[in-house]
Design a protein around this ligand. Structure first.
Ligand SMILES: C[S@@+](CC[C@H](N)C(=O)[O-])C[C@H]1O[C@@H](n2cnc3c(N)ncnc32)[C@H](O)[C@@H]1O
Length: 371
């Protein structure tokens, strides 16, 4: 099977987790970089990574990587790529990307040059004199120009991987599914765990925990753009989906519990859990953090409490952190994982975390405080 150079973008701070996930799937030459992981694999790995990765944002084929400080060098580098190997004769292509800390700064100009170079390369490959018909599948080419080095990539995913398909509804501040899955991974959620989120909102952390515990692949029920490509056969997609279905655990004693004070958020969480196929393993109940107390022998607590944005709200949020410090008591078998951007969190909580991990919630720099 042909091996591809691949790259998976991810949230900053979770590169190592994603590397391990990809290695576990059978990816080769896995190398973590800032906000992305490079790896190699055949068409089966492309399908598997799309279906099974909880942490990657997308799976991209790295078609070329070279230095470019002029539009000519960008054009020549892109034209050199053998596009006919990836794109059929009638393919259309749409170019998107970004330029960071590079001499070439204009994204629209780079888009135009890249598109022109792809068309020229295709015309040579298919020996076409006039215009390409471009009436077939539209392929999305992504480029990243970083410090004058450009990666030219073909998007195999389409809708980003954090769109699992279970969260049509969300409350005002839902946590991204890929960030939730990363926290679940750091918290080492396993098949027989009790996981509790005392600020569950739309239930993302509880649902991602359940899917992890039950080994439900997050992309099992969604479509990917490369399902229509000739380079990944229908048999491969069928076989990878079947493997993912066979791997779902039926012997799990997992239970996930979400609490919140907002009835409408709890309704949304229940609906999301149903769509995610984990409704039998989770429950959502109305409870204020002030009434939090648990009698389970062991439990893993994961949450992102309200942050507070305006001054008064920050004071209220910090009051909640103080209450959390009183309620989240230290006891054997209990661990707490709290995502928060507030530098004074530990002071308000009343204890220093045994570990901290820097994570990004969108553009907001946060710490995952682990107790
Ligand atoms: C940042 S959101 C959590 C989002 C959630 N992780 C998700 O993915 O949807 C914080 C949640 O805390 C809830 N909340 C605020 N004050 C609370 C309290 N005193 N006790 C319990 N929940 C509270 C809010 O209703 C909100 O849903």
């Amino acid at each position: 099977m042909k091996k591809y150079q691949l790259v998976a973008p991810c949230l900053m701070g979770v590169e190592k987790l994603l590397s391990n996930e990809l290695k576990f799937m059978g990816a080769e030459n896995v190398k973590a970089d800032n906000g992305r992981v490079f790896f190699q694999g055949g068409a089966d790995i492309i399908a598997r990574a799309n279906i099974c990765s909880r942490i990657a944002e997308r799976i991209l084929i790295l078609c070329g990587r070279f230095d470019a400080v002029t539009f000519d060098s960008l054009f020549n580098g892109v034209k050199k790529i053998n596009w006919g190997e990836y794109l059929p004769k009638n393919a259309g292509c749409h170019v998107v990307g970004s330029c960071l800390s590079s001499q070439l700064k204009s994204v629209p100009d780079c888009q135009k040059i890249i598109k022109k170079a792809v068309v020229e390369s295709m015309k040579e490959y298919y020996n076409i004199k006039g215009r390409l018909s471009e009436d077939g599948i539209v392929y999305k080419i992504r480029f990243l120009l970083l410090k004058d080095n450009v990666c030219i990539m073909l998007d195999t995913t389409g809708e980003p991987l954090h769109k699992r398909g279970y969260r049509a509804n969300a409350n005002t501040a839902p946590l991204k599914e890929t960030l939730s899955a990363s926290i679940v991974e750091i918290a080492k959620v396993r098949k027989n765990h009790i996981v509790i989120d005392p600020f569950c909102g739309s239930g993302t952390l509880v649902i991602e925990s359940a899917q992890k515990a039950l080994n439900i692949a997050p992309g099992i029920n969604r479509k990917f753009v490369s399902e229509d490509w000739h380079i990944i056969s229908d048999e491969i997609w069928k076989s990878e989906r079947q493997k993912a279905r066979n791997a779902v655990r039926t012997d799990s004693q997992f239970h996930g519990i979400g609490y919140d004070i907002d009835d409408s958020a709890l309704e949304i969480a229940r609906e999301n859990a149903r769509k995610a196929g984990v409704a039998d393993y989770v429950s959502f109940k109305k409870r204020d953090i002030r009434d939090f107390s648990e009698n389970y022998e062991r439990a893993t607590i994961v949450c992102n409490p309200p942050y507070g944005e305006r001054l008064l709200d920050i004071a209220q949020a910090e009051e909640l952190y103080k209450i959390m410090g009183e309620k989240f008591v230290e006891k054997d078998g209990y661990s707490y994982h709290i995502l928060c951007p507030d530098d004074d969190f530990e002071k308000c909580f009343g204890r220093r975390a045994s570990k901290r991990r820097k994570l990004y919630n969108g553009m907001i720099s946060c710490q995952l405080y682990i107790y």
